[in-house]
Design a protein around this ligand. Structure first.
Ligand code: ZN
Length: 128
């Protein structure tokens, strides 16, 4: 039954989601700052930052791409968290947005912003 989540349970999921959201926001601000500062240092033509070896250039680019990738991921997670909080308010939290079946509590505990039940998540991951 999709309505099997008690209001105490919903409250605790809401708290977990809010906590996650504020932590992610902190991270996101920090990483965005870092990426911006790095771009500024590069565009200001600071010669002391010019790498001496090609290997260094590769590492630098890799680092930056990695950070930008993380920012994208965290932004995506943040969107999912906001969606999940919205579903709590609408009384839809805990059911799969694909098939409408309840999402296993184990899955919600591990991934409180999960949108899909495990079956649908697997299907979607396989591109079906
Ligand atoms: Zn489903």
């Amino acid at each position: 039954m999709a309505a099997s989540l008690k209001s105490e349970e919903l409250d605790s999921y809401r708290n977990v989601l809010r906590d996650l959201r504020s932590r992610l926001r902190g991270d996101l601000n920090q990483m965005t700052d870092e990426a911006l500062r790095r771009n500024l240092a590069e565009s200001s033509g600071n010669l002391s930052n010019v790498p001496l070896h090609m290997a260094d250039v590769g590492t630098e680019n890799y680092d930056q791409e990695f950070t930008l990738g993380l920012i994208e991921n965290e932004q995506g997670t943040l969107d999912l968290i906001n969606e999940a909080l919205g579903r709590i308010e609408q009384g839809k939290y805990g059911s799969c947005s694909e098939c409408g079946e309840p999402i296993a509590k184990q899955r919600l505990a591990a991934l409180p912003y999960a949108r899909h039940c495990i079956q649908c998540a697997r299907k979607l991951e396989n591109g079906a």
